[in-house]
Design a protein around this ligand. Structure first.
Ligand SMILES: NC(=O)c1ccc[n+]([C@@H]2O[C@H](COP(=O)([O-])OP(=O)(O)OC[C@H]3O[C@@H](n4cnc5c(N)ncnc54)[C@H](OP(=O)(O)O)[C@@H]3O)[C@@H](O)[C@H]2O)c1
Length: 336
């Protein structure tokens, strides 16, 4: 059995290209006792994957050059030397950009998927993206019904969940996204009170119009000048949940900071957070969110491409705002 893997060969300074990787095909090693061979079916392509490629450590150590590129996968156990994970078990873990991953059973989480929910939900909406949205909003944002929430990258996979959860919690929700189609989807399908197209509208004027009483909570995914426009308009004791700054991920110099004095003026709080800190609450979170998926009151979008060679292009779609949902690469064929 052969494994094709993609190893980071050089670090991108802007968009991600095929030339940044070595592609190797080698035999899959035999698993040691307590280890399994997992065939990776789906590789998730979140925006954060781009910063893992940089030379600086983030919340994870910098991806070492020459090693299989880190990536979150969903797969199936094909060869097992583990009692806990028999052949046929669906698992998630850090399988990386490769067809087969061999490692200890502790590296994998076994899935017990609901029959009416797609498998990929257990990587996205019921896992990293959902946990980020839910605990970033509730634990960091500390919302109270009736408050005004502004969400950036609002039509993205995290942002669109934040918008909908915000509505469930009784907030007035304003989303900021790129283009009229994304804004229409936010209004018509995600139920936001209104949306601002930052590519086609005057964001400052629209924030003044849509948030006449100021902003109580910001869920910040983008950074840059729009973050300053939001901080300019916060209310006393506002909370800014700093989830990410995607506008800086591809080498763009999009800093925010001009407005920070207003945090002083308004006794505002800005707090970064990392979803890994909420993993211990996954079961509690799934109990809350699974019924929302089943009754259709929380929607999410997914996009698929096929083959590991499609991963760099999928990453660049995020940087260009071309994705309309969480992207997955089909690494190998799904099983029934
Ligand atoms: N803290 C954590 O633990 C954690 C966990 C997961 C994700 N995150 C963060 O959550 C954010 C969203 O991630 P995601 O995976 O759900 O991606 P996503 O929102 O589905 O996709 C990224 C979106 O960002 C927008 N964007 C890209 N470049 C931009 C720019 N220069 N200016 C303004 N908007 C830009 C684009 O939407 P438009 O078309 O609207 O521009 C693009 O579709 C990222 O900041 C990510 O790092 C954080």
């Amino acid at each position: 059995m052969l494994n094709t893997s993609w190893r980071l060969h050089s670090r991108p300074s802007g968009l991600v290209e095929r030339d940044h990787f070595d592609v190797r095909t080698e035999p899959v090693p035999e698993p040691a006792p307590g280890h399994v061979v997992v065939r990776n079916i789906y590789l998730m392509v979140p925006a954060s994957m781009r910063i893992w490629m940089d030379a600086e450590d983030t919340y994870l150590p910098a991806q070492p050059l020459g090693e299989v590129m880190r990536g979150i996968t969903l797969g199936v156990v094909e060869h097992s030397e583990s009692e806990r994970l028999p052949v046929g078990t669906h698992v998630t873990g850090m399988g990386g950009w490769q067809e087969y991953s061999v490692g200890p059973e502790r590296a994998w989480t076994a899935l017990d998927p609901h029959p009416d929910i797609g498998l990929t939900a257990y990587l996205g909406v019921l896992d990293l993206q959902g946990l980020t949205a839910y605990y970033g909003l509730t634990d960091v944002g500390r919302p109270a019904a009736g408050e005004t929430l502004v969400v950036t990258a609002a039509a993205g996979s995290v942002g669109s969940l934040v918008c909908q959860i915000g509505k469930k919690l009784g907030l007035r929700v304003i989303g900021i996204a790129g283009g009229p189609a994304k804004c229409a989807w936010l209004r018509d399908s995600c139920g936001v009170d209104d949306a601002i197209d930052y590519k086609g509208e005057d964001v400052a004027a629209r924030l003044d119009e849509l948030c006449p009483d100021g902003i109580d909570i910001a869920f910040e995914n983008v950074g840059g000048p729009i973050m300053d426009l939001i901080i300019d308009r916060i209310n006393t004791h506002a909370r800014i949940a700093l989830c990410g700054m995607v506008s800086t991920y591809n080498g763009n110099e999009q800093t925010a900071g001009r407005s920070l004095m207003n945090l002083v003026n308004k006794r505002g709080r800005i707090q970064g957070f990392i979803v890994r800190d909420y993993m211990s609450r996954r079961a509690e979170f799934r109990e809350i969110v699974t019924p929302w998926l089943l009754d259709g009151s929380l929607i999410y979008r997914e996009e698929f491409s096929t083959g590991l060679h499609s991963t760099p292009a999928a990453m660049n779609r995020l940087a260009r705002g071309q994705n309309t949902g969480l992207q997955f690469v089909r690494v190998t064929s799904p099983v029934d």
